[in-house]
Design a protein around this ligand. Structure first.
Ligand SMILES: *[C@@H]1O[C@H](CO)[C@@H](O)[C@H](O)[C@H]1NC(C)=O
Ligand SMILES: *[C@@H]1O[C@H](CO)[C@@H](O)[C@H](O)[C@H]1NC(C)=O
Ligand SMILES: *[C@@H]1O[C@H](CO)[C@@H](O)[C@H](O)[C@H]1NC(C)=O
Length: 363
């Protein structure tokens, strides 16, 4: 009926292509097919308790739910929280200044069809399990995380080994501790759009999957985009990203790291600022290690996803990536980026940031 109406209006091209639902207006990439808890029941998180009625853990314990928050602040996890499938977790519904979890991992492992927006994931050393990450989606499928803030991951910040169809967009991935790694994806495909990556030793991300990496800003890296010399052969669209060195960067060219000729890369409009001089004044850097050069993107959706030039990405990502409003942790990350080379360090523990609440900041 809709199709025939569109045809009658002369919108034949639109009507002829399948009309697929998006996770939410503006959702991009491989995870945007997630429908989450749409059509399911509502669950309102009403307290910050680790467990029990009204808690986040209870909310995610059953599938087909749209989860909203009537409380703000940190939920201090006593152990990892396992998500169910078919969930929408909407942190932007929390009263200002918003909602976050600390001291434990949130895991979507083995689950599918999950939408998460506006959440803060701050594992930190208060989690005694050093083998866990801030967010884990091992072997998960169809997951989109948008406007989320991740910090203080111990193993990886975002661990996605075996994950299929995932998007990490408009988010902040900062200050990993211990291994000091950003994100690790195997299998894929994976989309990274409009993220701010701050102060990691490596894996921003580790991309052992076909990948779209568009409009990201990476600051104070040691090694940033990497494939870790994998023997697996993957395709990479790397477009209009800005890599900015900082005090912890030892080799600016490690913005692309351990990438051999068995990787296929389309790279365009990427900038590197390697001067540490307090101003954003980079130059184009589109040679992706030893990757075999693709003359056009491998993914049909990459070109239309590009929203900004690399320089515009810096302005926009600093203004609006992460869970909003920015809290103390994200404000620290942003301030360091805006020093354009003079501030920032790799932290071994969240307390080294000097922020309140043992380094987690106050929500
Ligand atoms: C939340 O935890 C507090 C403190 O332990 C407790 O008093 C309260 O009953 C809990 N709320 C629920 C709904 O279980
Ligand atoms: C989350 O909640 C906000 C505020 O109610 C709403 O505008 C937004 O559409 C919701 N997002 C999702 C993905 O449900
Ligand atoms: C991944 O997404 C594609 C559509 O882009 C879909 O055909 C496929 O079934 C999805 N994979 C899984 C495991 O759901």
């Amino acid at each position: 009926m809709l199709a025939s109406l569109l045809v009658n209006l002369g919108l034949v091209t639109l009507a002829a292509s399948p009309i697929s639902a998006l996770a939410f207006p503006g959702a991009v990439g491989f995870g945007s097919i997630a429908t989450g808890g749409t059509g399911g029941t509502s669950y309102v998180v009403t307290n910050l308790n680790d467990s029990g009625s009204g808690s986040f853990r209870d909310a995610v314990s059953e599938s087909n739910r749209i989860i909203t928050f009537a409380v703000s602040g940190y939920i201090v996890l006593e152990s990892a929280v396992s998500l169910s499938s078919d969930l929408t977790i909407n942190g932007t519904t929390a009263p200002s200044p918003g909602i976050g979890v600390m001291a434990g991992e949130v895991s979507a492992s083995d689950q599918s069809n999950i939408i998460i927006v506006g959440m803060r994931f701050r594992q930190g050393s208060d989690d005694p399990d050093t083998g866990k990450s801030a967010f884990n989606m091992g072997d998960a499928a169809n997951v989109i995380l948008d406007h989320c803030s991740f910090a203080y991951g111990q193993w990886d910040t975002v661990d996605a080994v075996g994950a299929v169809n995932i998007t990490l967009s408009n988010s902040i991935i900062a200050f990993p501790i211990y291994q000091q790694f950003g994100a690790h994806v195997e299998t894929g495909p994976a989309t990274y759009f409009g993220n701010l990556w701050v102060s990691a030793h490596n894996r921003q991300p580790l991309a052992k999957s076909n990948t779209q990496y568009i409009n990201n800003v990476i600051y104070n890296y040691q090694a940033a985009y990497t494939t870790a010399d994998t023997s697996g052969s993957f395709y990479h669209d790397i477009i209009n990203n800005y890599f900015i060195t900082g005090p912890s960067t030892s080799s600016a060219s490690d913005r692309y790291y351990q990438i051999q000729s068995n990787q296929y890369a389309y790279a365009s409009g990427n900038y590197g600022d390697a001067t540490n001089d307090g101003v954003l004044n980079g130059a184009q850097e589109n040679e992706i290690g030893s990757a075999t050069v693709l003359s056009s993107p491998w993914s049909s959706t990459s070109t239309s996803m590009v929203k900004w030039t690399a320089a515009e990405a810096v302005t926009n990502v600093l203004a609006s990536a992460g869970a909003l409003p920015h809290d103390q942790v994200d404000a620290l990350a942003i301030t360091q980026v805006q020093s354009y080379g003079t501030q920032g360090e790799l932290y071994g523990d969240q307390s080294d940031t000097g922020l309140s609440n043992g380094g987690y900041g106050t929500l």
